[in-house]
Design a protein around this ligand. Structure first.
Ligand code: IVH
Length: 670
């Protein structure tokens, strides 16, 4: 393929894929199968890899995630991002209309859904997405463009008759089905569930790796347009026009947006959605009412922090009253004790509620709960309902008393300074802690041991075959078969093979798997890269631990506490003897440090000593950056065998030094 052919093919594929993307995510009318889409995307990825000079930042390949962002630059908003004044009753909405009418007479209002997500400002120049910025403090926000590109319903290129300069504002959120899917996957991996779609959307957008953001499957709705060349003075008309530019906008046919010139019209819209919202495919927390004419908006102006031409009506969170039958206490893998309210089943917002989370002892005290109380239960943005207060109490109702002893093993509970949670300190003999830790250890993102789910772990612990994670590596086929019911040659050998295979899992995952309190996936990765081995970690004093990126005092203490326990040390030692990876993979002799700090590499071709991902790891673990395309900012092009000639020419043009694998090794070693 010539350079020109590659350029043309990349352009054609990009255009085609964006079109399919729009059909699928904006119009919900796909015309090709997922498989066909993926095949073309792979072709485009391969071409862009070979011809990076033709890869653009708004390429459809960026939808699955571009380069990692270390921090998000702060950007000043061109137009400030305002907030709305809230009202909780219809009278206030009536007052709003009266005030507007008094000032400018009868006028048109637009009613919209108030999406419960995260506000985003999208800047387009000549139809190209150039920036996506969070609301921040309203004046300035974080530039999260590479994460925004992964949101499929946000157009990367506008179509039709779009204005050359445009700020589109909207909300990034989870559709309920997508959020449930995400949680189902987490449940499968034995991970804690996300409680609330809005917070999860916000957290997702702050991930450093856009690939992780892409996997979350976020959506977007546009609700404000700004710029010097909008087609109409009517906000409503502009929103309708934005659909023709490729945005996902509210559908008038579904009454997602509507116009009226009276308070009654507004109330009718509010009443409709007060019930209909429960059937919606995403969460909304109210209705927004805006004056339609943008000139009148300007005339009405602003108060200190919100416009005088708009108001938000917030729905009451739905409540029900029911009896508190009992409080039970769950002990998690870390020993944390969580109280759970067991309720007389009651219908709330379309589902039957039997349990509510109570978080901790302080929460129980704050609510002053007694057994038998009629309690008010509320479902806000959270999935798990919460008790918000006591409605009625019978005489002599006994108060709920938080236990002093562990409900599972009777050990005296402890409460660490500064923490709200009580813990059972009996780590090595408290049954749910034992099984919880083992379940965590075998999970997908940890040791990924196939065939060992939660129930199997409980079975093995009950049968006395395992007491801790190290015991897994002593299990035999014969032992499993002897368990009888449900065990056959196939399931037993699947487990044994899975355990054996886990010995090849990288150190960072082993570190996450052993379950040091507060050391989650990301922190484990950071520690693994910067500390390098379990032995070094175990011996590190607090000052050195806190010097590691992302490790603060709490995490450092928790690591020290972990290794202070003889039982933990001996388990780690046994795991080491069994052959688990206890240090970063040094097969390619890769020191960890900052030798490449400030250097940006473009990697191309194949290497003798490293895999493609391996090279990138080495660069990053030495403080360098990896970029997909050669520019004047590139420090080196690292050339493996069969690097494409176009890259070499480009590097020469820009006078970027091209180095080979041996030279690279000298750089990191010497
Ligand atoms: S208009 C002045 N329209 O609510 C106009 N906002 O408190 C400001 N929101 O941060 C925004 N749905 O994130 C507008 N249809 C809608 C909205 C909406 C949700 C959010 C937005 C903003 C907050 C305002």
């Amino acid at each position: 393929m010539t350079s020109e052919q590659a350029q043309q093919r990349i352009a054609a594929l990009s255009k085609e894929l964006e079109e399919h993307n729009h059909r699928y995510y904006v119009l919900a009318e796909p015309v090709i199968s997922d498989h066909e889409f993926d095949t073309r995307l792979k072709e485009l990825e391969a071409l862009e890899k070979e011809w990076p000079e033709y890869a653009s930042l708004n390429s459809p390949t960026q939808r699955v995630g571009g380069d990692i962002t270390k921090n998000f630059p702060v950007v000043v908003h061109k137009y400030p991002m305002l907030s709305l004044s809230n009202s909780y009753n219809e009278a206030e909405v009536g007052e709003f209309v009266a005030r507007v009418e008094k000032e400018i007479g009868r006028t048109q209002y637009v009613m919209e859904l108030k999406y419960d997500g995260v506000a985003i400002s999208l800047s387009y120049v000549n139809g190209q997405l150039v920036r996506g910025v969070t609301r921040g403090d309203g004046e300035k926000g974080d530039d999260i463009t590479s994460n925004v590109r992964t949101v499929r319903s946000i157009p990367l290129h506008l179509r039709g008759d779009f204005p050359q300069e445009l700020e589109a504002r909207g909300e990034i959120l989870f559709m309920r089905a997508q959020f449930d899917k995400l949680n189902a996957e987490r449940a499968n991996r034995g991970e804690e569930l996300y409680a609330n779609p809005r917070n999860t959307a916000a957290g997702s957008l702050k991930q450093q790796d856009p690939k992780d953001v892409a996997k979350r499957g976020l959506s977007n709705f546009v609700y404000t347009l700004q710029g010097p060349q909008l087609p109409s003075n009517s906000h409503y008309e502009n929103i309708i026009a934005a659909a023709t530019w490729g945005f996902k906008t509210p559908d008038p046919e579904r009454r997602f947006i509507e116009r009226t010139d009276s308070a009654e019209g507004i109330m009718a819209f509010i009443h409709y959605w007060d019930t209909a919202r429960h059937e919606l495919e995403m969460d909304i927390d109210g209705i927004v009412v805006k004056v339609d004419d943008r000139r009148i908006q300007e005339e009405l102006g602003m108060t200190a922090k919100s416009p005088r031409w708009a108001i938000a009506y917030k729905f009451q969170a739905e409540q029900a009253v029911t009896r508190l039958n009992e409080v039970t206490y769950q002990v998690g893998r870390t020993g944390a004790v969580t109280p759970v309210a067991n309720l007389e089943p009651v219908l709330l917002a379309g589902t039957t509620v039997k349990r509510a989370s109570l978080h901790n002892a302080d929460q129980i005290a704050k609510l002053d709960l007694h057994i038998g109380d009629q309690v008010k239960v509320e479902k806000g943005g959270e999935i798990i309902p919460k008790i918000v207060g006591v409605d009625r109490r019978e005489q002599d109702a006994p108060p709920v008393v938080f236990p002093h002893a562990c409900p599972e093993c009777t050990t005296e509970l402890v409460r660490y300074e500064g923490e709200a949670q009580h813990y059972c300190p009996n780590e090595h003999a408290c049954p749910p802690q034992i099984t919880g830790r083992i379940e965590h250890f075998v999970g997908r993102k940890m040791m990924a041991i196939d065939g060992l789910g939660g129930e199997t772990v409980v079975e093995l612990v009950k049968a006395g075959l395992i007491h801790n994670v190290a015991d897994l590596y002593d299990l035999t086929n014969v032992q499993l078969l002897a368990l009888g019911k449900g065990w056959g040659a196939k399931s037993a050998s699947q487990v044994i093979t899975g355990i054996e295979a886990s010995k090849r899992i990288p150190f960072e995952q082993v570190l996450f798997a052993i379950g040091i309190r507060h050391v989650g996936e990301t922190v484990a990765k950071k520690i693994a890269r910067s500390v390098g081995s379990m032995d070094r970690l175990a011996a590190m004093p607090k000052e050195e631990l806190t010097a590691v990126d992302e490790v603060g005092g709490v995490i450092a203490d928790s690591i020290i506490d972990f290794f202070a326990v003889e039982g933990n040390r001996s388990i780690v030692q046994r795991l080491k003897e069994k052959g688990l990876r206890m240090e970063v993979d040094l097969s390619a002799a890769q020191p960890v440090g900052d030798k490449l700090k400030g250097k940006t590499f473009v990697v191309s071709g194949v290497f003798r000593n490293f895999s493609r991902d391996g090279v990138k790891e080495v660069i990053e673990s030495n403080g360098g950056k990896v970029s997909g395309s050669i520019s004047s900012k590139t420090s080196y092009v690292l050339a493996g065998a069969d690097m494409g000639p176009a890259k070499r020419t480009k590097a020469e043009e820009l006078k970027v030094p091209v180095i080979d694998e041996d030279e690279f090794k000298r750089m990191i070693e010497g």
